[in-house]
Ligand binder design. Structure first.
Ligand code: SAT
Ligand code: MN
Length: 591
């Protein structure tokens, strides 16, 4: 297999020498080739064909049992200097990284095919876009990359004979957790991932390239790669405001990005447009404001909890040409997951491939789940009923507001606005959230996750904060910055806010504030809404609950500032002074 690109050919040759595949196949992006590969995967069991009448073009894949989420402890930034990776990343020096991984990659593809996937993150040829080439021995990876990135000959044509690209190497090897490494070499624009078959570890265009490598490039080149959804809210006048919002994994980004206006707000005639559900690449344009594209072309969403009520647009998106991972297989060849649509099936095959019935007890003494809590669907963005007409716009969309959010049972109110850009960066930097099933770790424990980038920032996070501050100072019309928390609970642990479509009520306030249409009151932590400015039409919520949603508990916040101080201390003298000033100002305001 030869392309017109000499460096690419040389690199493939080198990787072939190490991995020793039986053959090398170029992925051309055609449906014909995809079907041939899927057929092969049905035969080996790598993929399972689903009921083609009910779910045309859909397949199921089961990962290894110990390979169901990103393994952050096995994910490394390999830079010459440890300081460049910073205190929040695992670090390995590049030489060690290449050496250790090569030991696992060596002959890992014997008897297998190496697929060469040329892909573009962002519309091909857009000023935002970047090209990568992933080499992999997994048809599942090929199938997913065909959905979440733009793949094929057209990418190679654009790359020409000497275009720049990110070198992405992946092998399942033995799927052995003790021989698993996800390594990033930002100085070489290279990613090596071995020993895993799970999404975020192996779809190298996604978290590895579009966040870790891209954030590194963005700092050098003066743009931003963020863990953010992008959505547009259109008024009946046709005016559309786009917002970008950062939430940690499995905190409802996909649901928010595809939200449907709630009953009571329908009279206002809003339309919500989905631009992206996970990643935003943002640049300052000639108009001195911030513009964004979604570098992906599909969604890799969490299945459990997705149903016609929580996310009707997602349900419609995943009826065809969708890859399901680690969900329950029903006897009729369709799929199911906890809190999905339809009745709980009376039997099926669970995500581990075992016979399942509701209520059967697992080794841990708890009822076994049919679908893994981090089971996923991979579906083309083009199938989403709310996909923005500007989804493929190479120029992107202008961003009116940036929203940071976490999953907090207490402390953070439903919504508040920063006093300005630097204070907004501070709000991003102090983001915290409870750990979810999307990452290995003690679930429910609160961890600091600045800008939802703690697992995804490809360099020293103190420099990342500095980059954020600098980007703001370069813009005459920067987006306004907000913080939201949909997950505040009462003493009984029940959510105070209904969430989902009703979040549009909060977005409406955010957009009006951004366009300076309404006032707000100053609290110690930021600008807060007057209750009269939140449209609660059709929502059954009482004053007491509302007060709780906006309550600022000074004691909790004082404790929070101590926690932030401790977190900031990790960065030593590298922490930008602006953030210390913001923290001290907050402490002063709290009295
Ligand atoms: O597995 S992914 O990293 O792609 C999804 C997520 O955890 O956000
Ligand atoms: Mn994500």
């Amino acid at each position: 297999m030869k392309t017109k690109h000499k460096e690419l050919n040389n690199w493939i040759d080198e990787m072939v020498k190490m991995c020793k595949p039986e053959k090398v196949v170029l992925i051309d992006g055609s449906l014909k080739q995809k079907l041939v590969l899927e057929k092969e995967a049905f035969e080996t069991g790598e993929l399972i064909e689903l009921n083609q009448e009910k779910l045309p073009g859909c397949v199921l894949h089961r990962t290894a049992i110990n390979d169901v989420a990103r393994t952050e402890n096995l994910t490394f930034i390999c830079t010459s200097s440890k300081e460049d990776a910073g205190p929040t990343n695992n670090w390995m020096n590049p030489e060690d990284g290449y050496h250790k991984a090569a030991e696992i990659f060596k002959s890992s593809m014997v008897g297998r095919t190496m697929y060469v996937i040329p892909f573009s993150m962002g519309p091909i040829g857009s000023p935002f876009s970047k090209i990568g080439v992933e080499l992999t021995d997994s048809i599942y990876v090929v199938d997913n990359m065909l959905v979440v990135t733009r793949v094929g000959q057209k990418v190679l044509d654009f790359l020409g004979t000497d275009g720049k690209f990110t070198k992405c190497l992946h092998s399942k090897a033995d799927l052995d957790i003790n021989k698993r490494l996800i390594l990033h070499f930002p100085e070489d624009n290279t990613i090596w991932s071995v020993g895993s078959g799970y999404g975020g570890n192996v779809l190298l265009g996604k978290k590895c390239m579009a966040l870790r490598i891209a954030s590194y490039l963005g700092r050098q080149e003066g743009w931003m790669a963020e863990h953010m959804l992008i959505l547009g809210v259109e008024k009946p006048t046709g005016e559309i405001n786009y917002v970008a919002a950062a939430f940690p994994s499995a905190c409802g980004k996909t649901n928010l990005a595809m939200m449907v206006p709630p009953e009571g707000l329908k009279v206002k005639g809003y339309k919500v447009w989905t631009v992206g559900d996970d990643i935003a690449w943002m640049r300052i344009k000639e108009d001195d404001s911030l513009w964004a594209v979604n570098p992906e072309s599909g969604f890799f969403g969490v299945a459990p909890g997705t149903n016609s009520k929580s996310n009707p647009n997602a349900v419609k998106t995943i009826q065809k040409d969708t890859i399901y991972t680690n969900v329950l297989l029903k006897t009729d060849g369709t799929v199911w997951w906890e809190n999905g649509d339809g009745p709980i099936p009376s039997e099926g095959i669970d995500w581990m491939g075992n016979p399942w019935k509701p209520g059967i007890i697992g080794d841990d003494g708890k009822p076994k789940k049919g679908a893994n809590p981090n089971s996923r669907f991979t579906a083309p963005a083009s199938q989403c009923p709310s996909i923005s007409p500007r989804f493929n716009d190479p120029e992107g969309v202008p961003i009116t507001a940036i929203i940071f959010g976490g999953r907090r049972a207490s402390v953070a109110p439903l919504v508040y606005q920063s006093f300005g850009w630097n204070h907004g960066v501070f709000l991003g930097s102090i983001m915290a959230s409870e750990i979810t099933a999307a990452q290995y770790g003690a679930q429910g424990m609160v961890r600091r996750d600045p800008m939802a980038m703690i697992p995804f920032c490809g360099y020293n996070m103190a420099d990342y904060f500095k980059h954020w501050l600098e980007m703001g100072s370069k813009m005459k019309n920067p987006p306004k910055i907000f913080h939201v928390n949909w997950f505040k609970t009462n003493k009984e642990g029940q959510f105070l806010w209904p969430g989902y479509g009703d979040n549009l009520r909060v977005l409406e306030w955010i957009i009006d504030r951004s366009n300076e249409k309404i006032s707000a009151y100053k609290s110690p932590i930021g600008y807060m809404p007057y209750k009269k400015d939140l449209d609660l039409n059709g929502l059954d919520i009482n004053e007491e609950v509302l007060d709780k949603l906006f309550d600022i508990n000074i004691n909790e916040w004082v404790k929070e500032t101590k926690d932030i101080k401790e977190f900031y201390a990790k960065f030593g003298s590298k922490l930008p002074e602006e953030l210390n000033i913001e923290l001290n100002d907050l402490i002063d305001r709290l009295g």
